[in-house]
Design a protein around this ligand. Sequence first.
Ligand code: NAI
Length: 356
Amino acid sequence: MTANNSTDQKLDKAVRVAVLGAAGGIGQPLSLTLKMNIHVKELSLYDVSPHVSGVAADLSHIDTPAKVSWHTPDNGGLPAALDGCDFVLVPAGVPRKPGMSRDDLFKINAGICAELASGIAQYCPTATVLVISNPVNSTVPVFAEVFKKNGTFNPRKLFGVTTLDSVRADTFIHEVMPDLNWGLIKVIGGHSGDTIVPLLSTVLGQDIKSLSHMQLHAINHRVQYGGDEIIQAKKGLGSSTLSMAYAAQKFFTTVLSSYLGLTDKNIACTFINTEFDNEALDGVNELKQIVRKLTGRPDLDLKYFAMPCVFGPNGIERVQYECLEHLDSTEVEMVKVCCETLPSNYSKGIDFVRGK
Ligand code: NAI
């Protein structure tokens, strides 16, 4: 989106956005997309790397309204970076190298996330927070627990960014079914290996029968492990950065449009906290009941899960639990597998902050 006359009237609706980890492989292209967004009036770039000053200087020459500032621990630190921010996007931390799982990143990234979460709780406690740092299944709980400790937690405004899974599902299904509409595939569960559950049947309907079991398995597996292809192709020099920046800006645009009231009934999948009842997050009780039924585990206390959500000015308005009501047998099996692993993933994040 760039500025032009037809959109001038919307320029008064604009936000201050911080990117934490802005000098990194994701942070740089993501910051570029934010600089191109006419609804961003201030773009605050933070990183522990001094290279972030160059990223800010480079972006500041682009002819869009957003005013770019940069911050490091020696240049204003988190107080200056976060002051007055409406949105905080977090791609800070280390990425995977060949042979590593997202879980292997936890030890380093959990500490980074806890530090950044404390800063957000202190300097922009009402901001909407988009967590990109992996392992998302564990880092989102780190953010939630730090926010809870500080009394600033709002489950409607904390999101694990899982959009890349939906983007991949869409791309890979189009390789075999090019005539489908784009952007409809929901991916639920978690954001790591077999916790990722693409719901292909909800879009394909009866057409799913035109794909063989092998084809379906291959697509599901590629969505779950597609990140490994990139790590191998980059030969140890990084993981998904450009496709991730694309996915993050896609999700951010959905949340921002809802926040500013530019469009309504925006829907996207995201990894959310499900601990609270319907009063905090409409549809969450139904979600938990259905997952208990699907997994045959009546005692399952699901605390986090990725789901399609409807967004409004105050964040998530409701969780679209209905998408779980018509899963096919393969998808039910995948939900069961997901729920074997996911609780230990999110418990890791919870325990990290609670000091267990
Ligand atoms: P990168 O290493 O290129 O960039 C990370 C940046 O974070 C660096 O500039 C580094 O200086 C900065 N950083 C480190 N500690 C920091 C701190 N305490 N405060 C502020 N900045 C700090 O890594 P890349 O490729 O950009 O990936 C970032 C994260 O995103 C990784 O954890 C990666 O696994 C994750 N990721 C998530 C995806 C998703 O779908 N949610 C997809 C791909 C990657």
